[in-house]
Design a protein around this ligand. Sequence first.
Ligand code: ADP
Ligand code: MG
Length: 460
Amino acid sequence: MTTSDFSSLPLTAEELANIQSLEYLSMTPIQAQSLPAILDGKDLLAQAKTGSGKTAAFAIGLLHKLEVTNYKVQALVLCPTRELADQVTIEIRRLARAIPNTKIVTLSGGKSMDPQLASLEHQPHIVVGTPGRILKHLDKGSLKLEELKTLVLDEADRMLDMGFHDEMMRVISMAPKKRQTLLFSATYPTEIKKISNAIQNDPVDVRIESVHDDKKIKQIFYEITAGERTGTLIALLQHYRPESSLVFCNTKQQCQELTNELWRQGFHALALHGDLEQRDRDQVLIQFSNKSSSVLIATDVAARGLDIKDLSAVINYELSPDPEIHIHRIGRTGRADKEGLALSFFMNSENFRVTAIEEFQKSPVKIESIESLKVNENGKLIPPMVTLCINAGRKDKVRAGDILGALTANKELTGNQIGKIDIFDKLAYVAVAYPVAMQALEILSEGKIKGRNFRVKKLH
Ligand code: ADP
Ligand code: MG
């Protein structure tokens, strides 16, 4: 029996109060099953789907063990991408509020080394980062792991997909043998089992059923013939009009071709795949999350692990050959008590894949005819917002309030016409309501932010 009450854990009153202040009322299943073992110092091999609260599981564990007066790296978290490393750092910081003076540093690739080297002059307590960059710091001697107590591999399967196997293993070989190793993975290929055998010591094995709860996800399959794929996708978008949808393709090339085709047909679609430059990837995610693009077309590798909330629909433009990945894909819609929508295409020759999915999820799937879709020819899906990119960022001391202030200063625009604001080192992005986009562009281009003129452009 496991209880889901955080107070059943051997945590301090401060730690519990902080968890409560984050409105984490009870443990998620992965937390309930893994935290007792983690807090007991055991190694852990855990599998659970995206969004199940794995970060807090390891964060609460590593923070509980931290000796704040010892300025040495005591915990290292390896993540597959820079975005994930950033998300994990944010979550650890929130949970670390109960422990004053905790120093956490993020070390990811695609960023310059100098600020990272500066932040390592005094060793932090916790390091989060991507394997390649961590290795570079270890080789340089700027990062030292002699006193490492906890090693976390987050999204280990994805690190393998991304070709980080060797770098990951080299980093691990530089960590002390006596340590706690927590390995998290969304799927469970044999490769993960092998790595676990190689680097863990008698781990507690926790697997949370990834089969979705079909009360929360409405799942419908459509049988199509070759050549009907894109037309059917457009019909689905027009029929269901999802505010945000994630469309899965199996290859990068298919992602890009489909995106181009949707643009030609008047849809605002963006592709997310491994070939994008970091800045383009950031822009795609910003536009999707601030509602200035409503269709994100992605490969599994590119989409996994991203904490994208409020997905109205997941569409399988191409079925995954693996039923587990299928369940994983559709698990991204219908979170947080909202009903999700999962729509999938299959061809007659793929019937066996549909059967495999039914077997995996232990329930039959619903198949509907594409004739049932109501297609409105003029029913274009126009995203409610438009993103403006400003050539100024954190390094220019620009904050969200400055941008909001500049936009609303002459009272032509109101606060509710301005959406999410994202600030990066040298760039900032602001979402503005579609009808006032040109006006907002003019206000920012002609006006000043913090007394200075900056270049502003509208993103497509
Ligand atoms: P995973 O790593 O399993 O994909 P995350 O750790 O990113 O999932 O968690 C998903 C979301 O759930 C985050 O926004 C996190 O803040 C939230 N969360 C985590 N634990 C709890 C909890 N016990 N109660 C409520 N929300 C939680
Ligand atoms: Mg995670």
